[in-house]
Design a protein around this ligand. Sequence first.
Ligand SMILES: *Cc1c(COP(=O)(O)O)cnc(C)c1O
Length: 433
Amino acid sequence: MTSPDITLTTGAETAARLDAADPLSGFRNEFRLPVGRDGSPQTYLAGHSLGAVPRAAAGHVNAELERWAGLGVAGHFDGEAAWVGYHELLAASLERLVGGRPGEVVAMNSLTVNLHLLMVSFYEPTKRRYKVLIEAGAFPSDHFAVESQIRQRGHDPAESLILARPRGGEETLRSDDLLALIAEHGAELALVVLPGVQYYTGQVLPMAEITAAAHATGARVGFDLAHAVGNIPLALHDWNVDFAAWCSYKYLNGGPGGIGGAFVHGRHVADGSLPKLLGWWGQRPDIRFEMGTFFDPIPTAESWQLSNPPILAMAPLRASLEIFDRAGGLEPLRAKSQRQLAYLDFLLTEVIGDRAESLTPTALAERGCQASLRIRTPGVDGRAVHQGLQAADVACDWRYPDVIRVAPVPLYNTFGDIHRFVNILDRVLDEVG
Ligand SMILES: *Cc1c(COP(=O)(O)O)cnc(C)c1O
């Protein structure tokens, strides 16, 4: 998957050649990366937690501060970026990233809030059909959200929560096991909530197959795309997914606590029979300010909006989405990402060998831009390795109980970053060993 004409070696010159041959290399300059102790950019491999800031973000935020200063309350309705419709400026780019049709995607709230709002609509337990399938290793916020939804409807999580887990001794979920579990609980299954990309292992789940299997039993399906959006190509509409939610501060570079997003399939967006929590921002904008109390929803995913959204939190995301659009969307980025992952795997094998093990699937189609490394060096504590990496200005994270996650992000990470990371890891393993 690396450039066919470049033979991989462990030398720095190979990284330089790969970067020189990379048609997307210019995009790194559109971001600001944290600076390390020596004044040069850190080896920033933490985009799985917080993406880098686009250089244009400050301009977009400042423009809104200026509009606020110059226009005051009139900023809600004046001009092209009038705040009343500001979220609409994000919709088209987000649709492209998640494979949504016009009207299926909205930027709003934060991820866990959106999961709750969508489960209010799409988890409709009955006496016979009340179970929710998630993974045993779900991100805690997702687990809490689902568990509390089950309780809210008067059901008992002990009976209603189905937990999918990897087989003994394995790290990732097998598709066949997931599909079998869906079929097994079929008639009692109300909802499946799974990640697009698993946060701990980086595994890509087969979203189309899961959706088809769940629908075949009569259950609905929602995906948490926290680690999938901006990372892998998605086709939510074509896959027939019922709903999805995501945050924007990871691979979307929307900034800390940035605005989340939601997808509702077109066949549901105008379904007035779905239960829904209501707020005035879901009301049709042409009658919203008549202040009537008859709710006439926007016939799109926007009808799940409750409040007028935080403009200053949306502005940086606008800057990042413009970069995704200029890069040509996810297809070219994913192609580069797969070249980077193949290079990373090559270096890990050659330089690190069995001193560390990756939990991330090796098949490139089954993983996002991530490697989850478990240190396997006798007598070496993984946490000390993580600290050693940080001390050497490698930004990556430690995930309890024993994994170091690194994410080469194709928009701003170079092949040189990957080379530097592996060589620093090699040195740190020697030092702490
Ligand atoms: C990052 C992440 C979250 C965080 O939720 P917020 O509501 O944005 O704080 C939740 N779930 C998953 C799977 C995540 O990766």
